[in-house]
Each structure stands twice: as structure tokens, then as C-alpha cells.
Design a binder for this molecule. Structure first.
Ligand code: NIG
Ligand code: FE
Length: 391
């Protein structure tokens, strides 16, 4: 039998199980406890009713929330683009072309350098309460560099995404059609053993609708599941392509028509919003209120990458979503936990109810609301993944 641990004296417990507690989507319980049974949640309820366990952790009235599910990141890269950021803050606009400078640095880096960088960022994520993270390739853009990027990512997470279609690399600038053939042919073959998902940056300056359709179809044909970088920098066909393909999520969604919003709702495609990007590129935020009011399911993620958004902090994204995108604190927390899980088609994470993964964060605060109320303050005092402390 695996050892059990009772986590008790929880002032406020967010379960994301509406059948528990206050009956809201957050399934909020006050004066609560939970039991970790090996890697899973074995029991959840009132502190007064808690069963005995092998050990006891008293959190002294703190809030406990499901671990964050960061469903969109680009952690496999070398170098940084601090100078590009500084130039942008001095007035230069963001463009997809900056990706190529990270591609150059990534191709030159040994595997150990790339892996050490991912490990460093994973530790940052854990310290900020994240317990599940999706990691994309997309800074290699050769067969060998995409395959090794995914092999490195797969050592850290089951949620790996092949993004050979991030941008057309310089050596194919005059012949993008041949690059699409490479992505859908030998590169896909080399990537598939290490990937769960396939993604494409469908945007002016990256891949158009027909290229994106061909790339997603090739991935689906070999068993990868689709997700799309859609409508980030301007209006365009990304959301349409994502909905046609049955994507789990359309990510960014900063420039949507009414038809795009209706399409996301009707196709049950999650809209993943990445407000760290708009913050870091000084761009208009996506209209979360419009999506939520239309009945679209929204996820929040970091997009952690060296170009458009170099933050690993879901708490920052929650604060931005609440302050800048008119989400309520409850909606933002749900989007960064259960919403992220939905965007990864996972039902074992993003909730704290019996049978789910024992993935949670203990806050140095009496309520999850403090994540938005106290922006920039390191409020995560401990993180547990599969019942074990990771930060
Ligand atoms: O999600 N949109 C495309 N890719 C990244 C940006 C990557 C970069 O600038 O290096 C993003 O924002
Ligand atoms: Fe991205």
C-alpha cells in the first residue's frame, strides 16, 4: 500500500469539482482537508470529517488550489532576446521574424545545454505552482533539431508538441512549399515518436490556411492531436483552421471576428489566452469577456518563450487576466487549472477530487483571490506533483 498523507487546516480549498462545497465551478470548500493516497487524491472534505492517515501536514489556514496546468510553452531553446525586448520597449513592433534568431542559437547548442535550460525553467514553473506543462519544439526547424528538441521535452512532460511549422527557416525562405513538404514528411516522421500534439503558427509571416491545413492533416494521419497558434498578431484564418481540424485548442485568439467566436463555441475548441504575450509585446489584450459571455471555454497559459513572452509565471497571467481582460478571479483561476487541463484533454489534472492526480499548490494567503489581488508577490509556498513536493 502506498503511504497516505492528510493535508489539513486548509482555510479555503479549490477543488474545481462543482459537486463539492459551494457548488460553483471552483467547488470551494472552507475549513477543509484532503488525503493524498500515493500519487492520487484519496479523500476531500471538511476538516472535521477527515480520516486518519500515515502522516499529517497542517497548512495553518492557507488556501490550497489545484496545480496550474500551463498548456502552452516553448521551453526548448538556447539564448535569450533581451535586446529585442529592449528595442521593442523603445518602440520597435514585435514580428514573427524574431523566432529565427532563437533558431540559430538553438541549432548551435549541445543537447545538455538545451536540457539544462528546460530544467531551470521547469523549476521556475514549479516554484510558481505549475504541475503540468505542455512543451513545444519549434526552434530547431531541421529534422534532427526538431527530433532532439522533442526528445528533450519528453524527458520533462508527457505533453509534447511538434511545432516544426513555427516559421519558415531562412534556408527555405525562397521555397516555403518545400519546407512544408519537409515538415509533413521526414520531420514529422522523426518527431512523432516523441510527440502527442501537432501545432502550426497560422499567421501572416508564418503559415497560411492551406499550409496549416496540410500540416495538421499530416500530423493527424500519424496519430498526433491538433492545436493551433491562431489569430495572434492580426485577424486571419487560424481559428477557422483549428475548428475544422477538431483542434483541442486555438491559442492566442487576440483578433477574433464574431464568426470566430461562434465557431470556437460550436466546435467546442478551447480558446487559450496568453496575456503575458500582450504584456511583453505591448499589444492589445484578447477580449476574454466576449469569449466567456459567448459560452467559449477559456484557458490561460504562459506561452513561456524567449521572444514574445519570457515569463514562467501563471500567477502573473492570472493577475493580467483579471486586471486587463475583465476575467473574475474565479474565472481566471479556473482557466489556469481546469481550463488548461481541458486544453490538453486531460481529466486527471486541474481538479482536486477523488481519483485525480495529487497536484496542488499551497498559497501563503487565505484565498485564491490573492493571486490577482497581490500581483507580483510570490504567494506559492509549496507545490506538490503526484503527491510529492516539487517546490
Ligand atoms: O507563441 N507565435 C509564435 N510563437 C511564439 C513566439 C516565439 C518567439 O517570438 O520566439 C508565441 O508567441
Ligand atoms: Fe506560442
Amino acid at each position: 500500500m502506498s503511504p497516505s498523507a492528510l493535508v489539513t487546516n486548509i482555510g479555503e480549498l479549490v477543488t474545481n469539482d462543482p459537486s463539492l462545497g459551494d457548488g460553483s465551478p471552483l467547488g470551494l470548500l472552507l475549513d477543509a482537508a484532503l488525503v493524498i493516497d500515493g500519487a492520487l487524491i484519496g479523500w476531500v472534505g471538511s476538516r472535521a470529517d477527515a480520516p486518519a492517515a500515515d502522516s499529517v501536514l497542517d497548512v495553518d489556514g492557507a488556501a490550497v488550489i489545484p496545480g496550474f496546468v500551463d498548456s502552452h510553452s516553448h521551453l526548448v531553446f538556447a539564448g535569450d532576446r533581451a535586446e529585442e525586448f529592449a528595442a521593442r520597449m523603445a518602440g520597435r513592433p514585435y514580428s514573427a521574424g524574431g523566432i529565427r534568431s532563437t533558431v540559430e542559437a538553438t541549432r548551435q547548442a549541445p543537447d545538455a545545454t538545451l536540457a539544462a535550460n528546460v530544467a531551470r525553467l521547469m523549476s521556475e514553473l514549479a516554484r510558481q505552482g505549475t504541475t503540468t506543462v505542455e512543451i513545444k519544439s519549434g526552434y530547431g526547424l531541421t529534422v534532427a533539431d526538431e527530433a532532439r528538441s522533442l526528445a528533450i521535452a519528453a524527458a520533462f512532460t508527457a505533453e509534447t508538441t511538434f511545432l516544426g511549422a513555427h516559421v519558415v527557416p531562412t534556408e527555405y525562405a525562397d521555397d516555403p512549399a518545400s519546407y512544408v513538404d519537409l515538415v509533413t514528411g521526414p520531420m514529422l516522421t522523426a518527431a512523432t515518436p516523441h510527440a502527442k500534439w501537432i501545432d502550426v503558427f497560422c499567421e501572416r509571416g508564418a503559415f497560411d490556411a492551406d499550409q496549416a491545413r496540410a500540416i495538421l492533416a499530416a500530423g493527424i494521419a500519424v496519430g498526433l492531436q491538433p492545436r493551433v497558434h491562431a489569430n495572434q498578431l492580426g485577424p486571419g484564418p487560424g481559428v477557422t483552421v483549428a475548428c475544422e481540424a477538431g483542434a483541442a485548442a486555438a491559442d492566442h485568439c487576440a483578433h477574433l471576428t464574431d464568426a470566430d467566436v461562434a465557431n470556437l463555441r460550436d466546435a467546442a475548441v478551447i480558446a487559450t489566452l496568453l496575456p503575458g504575450v500582450e504584456f511583453s509585446t505591448r499589444s492589445p489584450y484578447p477580449d476574454a469577456r466576449r469569449l466567456l459571455d459567448a459560452g467559449v471555454t477559456v484557458a490561460l497559459a504562459t506561452d513561456c518563450n524567449p521572444g514574445s513572452c519570457y515569463t514562467s509565471s501563471i500567477p502573473l497571467c492570472i493577475a493580467l487576466a483579471v486586471r486587463e481582460m475583465r476575467m473574475t478571479p474565479a474565472e481566471a483561476l479556473w482557466a489556469a487549472t481546469a481550463g488548461g487541463a481541458a486544453a490538453l484533454r486531460r481529466d486527471d489534472v486541474g481538479r482536486l477530487s477523488v481519483g485525480g492526480s495529487a497536484d496542488f499548490a499551497v498559497l501563503a494567503a487565505p484565498s485564491y483571490v490573492h493571486l490577482a489581488y497581490r500581483p507580483g508577490v510570490p504567494l506559492v509556498s509549496a507545490t506538490y506533483h503526484r503527491g510529492r513536493r516539487t517546490a
